[in-house]
Design a protein around this ligand. Structure first.
Ligand SMILES: [Zn+2]
Length: 228
């Protein structure tokens, strides 16, 4: 037991050291490194609605992802997620809606090569909610994590990257943008006031419709450009 704990601690320390030097670890001519300094990951950290994706849907964003600068395909197909444990360079589409692996990743992104968990960033509101509810989940954390770990290898057995296309290409960005807008509208207009005991008003419900349609389309278009 003690031996197991020591190995886990050493592994965690190695991961930490890796993250400290992450930008110098990859050849800058070949790879662009994305960490929490990038706007897309910053958005994930500070947007309170993303707490829902993390805590309920189990959608997670890795602490480090890479863009292959030599790739001629879209950003969607050129994103690589390195595993700090076994140093595998995973195709970013390993965890995607098309593979059925984008969600239920509550404990992080499972590495199908070494059966470890690739560390992920934590949304600020999700961190706050987890901190406040600590006494309710801490006692069963290890048991639930183990059950989750046991289920993972099967999910990644038959990955197929051949037919996966960029979800933002064509008119995909409109669909994703409007879904994002609807989600943000429901969150900001109804869920957030409930959580923070503020009144839900008819005017905010009406004004929210055009605002979030536009914001959703803006987000979708921006992602199309970013992923293209
Ligand atoms: Zn690994």
């Amino acid at each position: 037991m003690e031996e197991g704990k020591r190995i886990v601690r050493e592994r965690n320390e190695n991961v930490f050291v890796d993250e400290m030097r992450i930008e110098t670890k990859f050849d800058p001519k070949r790879w662009k490194v994305y960490t929490s300094k990038h706007w897309m990951i910053l958005h994930w950290l500070i947007n309170p609605a993303m707490a829902f994706n993390e805590l309920v849907l189990g959608q997670r964003v890795p602490k480090v992802s890479l863009l292959d600068l030599e790739s001629k395909t879209s950003r969607f197909e050129s994103t690589v997620i390195p595993c700090p444990h076994c140093h595998s360079m995973h195709d970013g589409r390993t965890w995607s809606t098309q593979q059925g692996t984008a969600f239920w990743n509550w404990y992080g992104l499972f590495c199908p090569n070494c059966n470890n968990v690739i560390p992920c960033v934590r949304n600020l509101l999700a961190a706050l909610l987890l901190g406040l509810s600590y006494p309710f989940w801490i006692w069963s954390k290890e048991r639930r994590r183990e059950r989750w770990m046991n289920r993972q290898p099967k999910r990644f057995q038959s990955l197929n990257f051949g037919a996966l296309s960029n979800p933002y290409s064509g008119r995909g960005w409109i669909k994703i943008g409007l879904s994002y807008g609807l989600f943000m509208y429901l969150y900001m207009t109804f869920l957030s006031p409930l959580l923070f005991s503020e009144p839900i008003t008819l005017s905010s419900a009406l004004i929210g419709v055009p605002i979030w349609i536009l914001a959703g389309l803006g987000f979708g278009f921006f992602m199309k450009k970013a992923m293209g």
